[in-house]
Structures are given as structure tokens and as C-alpha cells.
Design a binder for this molecule. Structure first.
Ligand SMILES: NC(=O)c1ccc[n+]([C@@H]2O[C@H](COP(=O)([O-])OP(=O)(O)OC[C@H]3O[C@@H](n4cnc5c(N)ncnc54)[C@H](O)[C@@H]3O)[C@@H](O)[C@H]2O)c1
Length: 274
């Protein structure tokens, strides 16, 4: 596969999208931007909902690859998650199939496996204690369920249509970790860009699932499938650890709010329509 150059970035107005808009052009990509929220400073951006199949067809036309970030990024009602994340991701893959786009990078989430307890032990954990990438889905919310669906959709579009996907179970991609849990799953924006670049350029990925974090001393999961794509994380959340631990203390492995990978998402009650 020739290295992709023109890349559709859905969810370009969001937190991760905004970071990637500033970082990915440094890797030589030309980004085409898509979001339901207007991007005032980007006149060429496509402002449309993932439900708008005609707009999606225009968006994918002529791109080499897609980074799919758009969607609801927290828990919501099943109806809203269904429309934006489940149907929206389906519409995106259909547009990709129709246009012959060969590679997607899908923003999955730790919440697809959020009910796995975090591995106990002293940091850094030995390799055999890290959560493997092939554990069963254990979604912690309708949101996490939509990411499990997205990973399965990606698998089906690979098996049936030959569209390759790297599904990235992103931990927390923010400029700094702001909780003790995030010390384990934080992905610096610079490492996020390194990871997306690796996911766009690695050869023969089929459908590959990876965890998305920096090389944190307190990492809970196995980054080897990400490293196998050429990802070399450069950051470690440990420089933030002393302050966060002094303020909040270590995680309590007996507290349901703190004992699982998904953190407080596991104890969130379902949100009903209102
Ligand atoms: N930020 C993280 O740490 C993190 C962690 C795990 C997974 N993710 C996933 O990564 C992606 C980006 O996360 P983020 O933090 O930037 O989220 P965000 O909420 O800041 O951005 C999401 C963007 O998607 C757009 N969007 C929502 N519904 C849409 C629709 N129907 N059609 C078109 N656009 C729509 C929103 O307008 C928004 O700009 C999301 O899919 C999220 O689930 C993020």
C-alpha cells in the first residue's frame, strides 16, 4: 500500500481532532476535515452529520485513508449513541466501501473493555500481568458498547470487503493526566499523533486492535500490538504522578468506582431518554 497522503479526519472539531489538526500535517498529511460542529477557521471543512450519507460520500471521495473520531464521546442515551456512533460508523464504512478507501483508523475506547479490573501489582507491571488486546469485550456503558460494535464492524469490513482498520482503544488523550487512573491510560497528544501515523502507514494490518497510550510507568495494558505497527511512544505520565497521588492517593482496588479499567463509567446508571 502506498503511504497515505490525503486523510479524512472525522470529528475534527473535537478535543482529539483539534490536537491532530495541529500535529498530523507535520507528518506530511493533507487533512480533509469533517464534523457536525462548524470549524469557523477552516473554510474547506465539511460541516455535516454522519447521518448525511451524501455529505459522507463527498467527504471520502479521493482520500487515501480515514481517521474516524466523530461521535458521542461520553455516555448518553441509547438512542443518541445508536444514531451517532453505531449508525454513523456504519454510514462511514459504507461510504468508504463505495469510494474504494482501503484504510480506516477507528477511535475505539478503553470503555469497550471497561469492566475488566485493572491488573494489581507494583508498577511497572511485568509483561505477563498486562491486559492483553484479545480479551473479550466488556463494555461498561452504551458508549462502550458502540465501540465494541465499531470494532466488530471493522472486522466484518475487512473480512468481507478488504477494508483495513486499526481500532485504537484510546485511554485518555489530553494534554495532561488529571486523575490517578489516567496515569495508567494517558496518551499524550504527541504520542497520539505518532500512533495515528503508525496506524496509517503500517503494512498489511487487516483488522488490528491496539491500545492507545503513552509508555506510562503505570501502564495497565499490553502495547505490543501497537508497537508492532511501528508505534514508539515517547512520553510517560510518571512526571505527573507525585502531585496527583499526593492529592488523591492510590486507586482503591475494592472501590467499584476505581477498580475497573473503565473507572467511574462502570458505576454510571444508564441514561434514559427524557
Ligand atoms: N479523548 C479521549 O481521551 C478518548 C478516549 C477514548 C476514546 N475516544 C474517542 O475518540 C474520539 C474523539 O474523542 P474526543 O475526546 O475528541 O471527543 P469530542 O467529543 O471532543 O469530539 C467528538 C467530535 O465528534 C463530533 N460529532 C459527534 N457526533 C457527530 C455526528 N453525528 N456527526 C458528525 N460529527 C459528530 C462532535 O461535534 C465533536 O467535535 C471519539 O470517538 C471518542 O469516543 C477519545
Amino acid at each position: 500500500m502506498p503511504a497515505p497522503r490525503t486523510v479524512l479526519l472525522t470529528g475534527a472539531a473535537g478535543g482529539v481532532g483539534t490536537q491532530m489538526r495541529s500535529l498530523l500535517p507535520g507528518y506530511g498529511y493533507e487533512l480533509r476535515l469533517f464534523d457536525v460542529a462548524p470549524l469557523e477557521d477552516e473554510p474547506a471543512a465539511i460541516t455535516a452529520d454522519l447521518a448525511d450519507r451524501a455529505a459522507l460520500r463527498r467527504a471520502v471521495d479521493g482520500v487515501d485513508a480515514i481517521i474516524h473520531l466523530a461521535g458521542i464521546s461520553l455516555e448518553s442515551t441509547f438512542e443518541k449513541i445508536l444514531k451517532a456512533n453505531i449508525e454513523g460508523t456504519y454510514h462511514l464504512y459504507e461510504a468508504a466501501r463505495e469510494a474504494g478507501v482501503r484504510r480506516v483508523v477507528f477511535a475505539s475506547s478503553n470503555h469497550a473493555v471497561g469492566y475488566h479490573p485493572f491488573p494489581p501489582g507494583d508498577y511497572p507491571l511485568p509483561a505477563d500481568r498486562l491486559l492483553p488486546v484479545d480479551v473479550p469485550h466488556r463494555p461498561d456503558t452504551y458508549y462502550g458498547l458502540s465501540k465494541s460494535f465499531g470494532e466488530d464492524l471493522a472486522q466484518m469490513y475487512w473480512d468481507k470487503h478488504g477494508i483495513e482498520t486499526v481500532s485504537v482503544r484510546i485511554g485518555s488523550c489530553f494534554p495532561e493526566p488529571t486523575s490517578v487512573r489516567m496515569l495508567s491510560i494517558w496518551m499524550s497528544p504527541a504520542d497520539g499523533a505518532r500512533l495515528f501515523h503508525a496506524a496509517l502507514t503500517a503494512e498489511d494490518v487487516g483488522h488490528t486492535v491496539i491500545y492507545g497510550s503513552s509508555a506510562n510507568t503505570r501502564v495497565w495494558w499490553d502495547l505490543s500490538s501497537a508497537r508492532a505497527l511501528g508505534y514508539e511512544p515517547q512520553d510517560d505520565s510518571e512526571r505527573f504522578a507525585a502531585d496527583l497521588l499526593a492529592e488523591r492517593g492510590e486507586l482503591d482496588p475494592t472501590n467499584p468506582d476505581e477498580m475497573y479499567l473503565g473507572g467511574q463509567f462502570v458505576t454510571k446508571p444508564p441514561i434514559w431518554p427524557h
